[in-house]
Design a protein around this ligand. Structure first.
Ligand code: FAD
Length: 471
């Protein structure tokens, strides 16, 4: 670890998405310049992507060009800045005072730091997010393929009626009104209907024991009802109190993991890797139905899905609206006690903490955003607030001042678009109760672009301009 790196005190931020990038933006202007501190923003991927509109990009042609920006030092930092972006380079290991990268940076895989912020977020199956090793172009191409596949499908089943499931069903139904779209959801209403008095208590507590899944936040039952009505309007069938039995697939769990897995223009399918349907085979999807093998995405023919109730459903496209996992493995590998049911355990300052006395986490690591156990919905706003608080606390530490405690705040907000013209949401005002609203308010909040220009492109403040232009 000799050489240039030693001249700097590094603040390492792992994850250049909403939480990590916002933390950088909040830190950099306030760093005392004479101390030789530099920020290293690391991301496994070579580009940033905007999760807020990804589900539209999965379905609607044209949107795939509006959700990615290459990650580079020039796009994130001003000219002559000491700070660096290390993109397309995964952090593989956390140590007490350093992180270990997949590939060398300045001649070494090991990067020392004096403070490290873990903002590694959560993962779900593609196409809902890019594969780890996909380039920006490959990701955009995969979105185009997914649009074509959804276009070619007739019967779509969405497994899970959490936020991802409801939103993707809405996008498909709004863009393809003649397709059959069905959501199967385990709960008695869409998302996670919770007795109204418990909603704010659960939001305030944090930890995955309270907010069980990222995309099924505790929901005022009136919001579940409102979403159900919108589904009705869009012609989406909703099956509640039931689950799809998901077999373990023999090959990939998503059709798109093979780039060869293309839809032919004549409507037939060929796969070169999994052998389910060979090139040129003609599948009469209306007359044959085979058992679903657990592979998500476009099916080789009409498949039969089995539900726990004993019911069956037929589909030629199965979308995973479930299965979001926090990217907390790095922490679990060095200290299981620093995990809280899969999320990184943080204290009231958002510092990583552990139940183990031999932990490497001694106050030098913070964890923010989707990956941490702090209270609040696992949503963009929480990531922004976490980031801002953490940047302030790091600056305080540098200046020898006391850090301040994190608070989720009294107001929590959630809104869900179901296509461009419909949607619903809720704002919880703590003990004052919850306001539930429908399409009119949701479409006004979201606008046409769901904040892409301001909150995504706008967070790139470097020398090189990053713009996303809408017509
Ligand atoms: C489909 C979908 C729709 C959503 N819709 C909404 C919405 O409408 N409104 C809303 O408020 N929120 C929405 N969310 C939630 C919101 O996107 C998240 O709350 C937010 O992205 C969390 O930000 P984050 O920075 O914590 O994590 P992420 O956005 O998950 O980013 C984590 C980053 O860490 C990087 N990373 C992970 N591991 C490593 C490693 N080992 N080394 C280096 N880099 C690593 C990843 O590449 C990624 O860039 C949605 C999420 C999804 C998936």
């Amino acid at each position: 670890m000799a050489g240039e790196k030693r001249e700097h005190k590094n603040i390492v931020i792992i994850g250049a998405s909403i939480a990590g990038h916002e933390c950088v933006n909040r830190l950099v202007p306030h760093l005392p310049s004479h101390l030789g501190i530099r920020v290293l923003l690391i991301d496994a991927r070579s580009f940033a992507w905007w999760p807020i509109t990804i589900l539209r990009a999965v379905v609607v042609p044209g949107w795939e060009d509006k959700i990615t920006i290459p990650l580079s030092t020039e796009r994130v930092f001003k000219a002559d800045s000491p700070h660096r972006v290390i993109a397309g380079n995964k952090v593989l290991e956390l140590r007490e005072g350093s992180v270990v990268l997949e590939r060398p940076f300045e001649g070494s895989e090991e990067v020392p730091f004096f403070r490290c912020v873990i903002a590694t977020g959560a993962s779900q199956t593609i196409p809902t997010m890019p594969g780890w090793s996909q380039t920006e172009k490959e990701f955009i191409d995969s979105l185009r393929r997914s649009q074509r596949k959804i276009e070619s499908a007739k019967r779509v089943v969405v497994v899970g009626g959490g936020a991802v499931g409801v939103e993707i069903a809405g996008e498909i139904a709004a863009h393809h009104p003649h397709k059959s779209v069905t959501i199967v959801h385990k709960d008695c209403g869409l998302l996670a209907p919770t007795p109204p008095n418990d909603v704010s208590i659960k939001i305030q507590k944090g930890g995955s024991a309270e907010v069980k899944s990222y995309f099924s936040p505790p929901t005022d039952p009136r919001l579940s009802v409102e979403l159900g009505k919108i589904c009705d309007k869009l012609g989406i069938a909703v099956i509640l109190n039931d689950r799809v039995i998901i077999p373990i697939p023999t090959n990939s769990s998503f059709d798109d993991e093979s780039k060869d897995n293309e839809v032919h223009p004549d409507g037939h399918f060929s796969t070169n890797t999994d052998g389910r349907v060979s090139e040129g085979d003609k599948v009469d999807s209306e007359s044959k139905s085979i058992e679903w093998d657990g592979t998500f995405g476009l099916q080789p023919s009409l498949v039969t899905l089995r539900l726990e109730s004993g019911k069956t459903l037929q589909a030629d496209y199965v979308y995973p609206g479930c299965g979001v996992r926090p990217n907390s493995k790095l922490v679990g590998e060095v200290d299981e006690g620093a995990l809280d049911d899969g999320l990184i355990r943080v204290d009231e300052y958002l510092k990583v903490t552990s139940t183990s006395h031999e932990s490497i986490f001694k106050g030098q690591y913070y964890a923010i955003g989707d990956v941490c156990s702090c209270p609040g919905f696992k949503l963009a706003r929480t990531a922004f607030v976490n980031a801002s608080k953490t940047a302030g606390n790091i600056i305080s530490e540098i200046k020898g001042k006391s850090p301040s405690k994190y608070s989720v705040g009294a107001i929590s907000h959630l809104d869900l678009p179901l296509g461009p013209d419909e949607g619903a949401g809720m704002t919880n005002f703590g003990w004052l109760g919850t306001w539930v609203f429908g399409s009119k308010v949701t479409t006004r909040i979201r606008g046409k672009t769901s904040g892409t220009e301001r909150f995504f492109a706008g967070r790139f403040r470097g020398e090189k301009k990053s713009e996303i232009v809408f017509d």
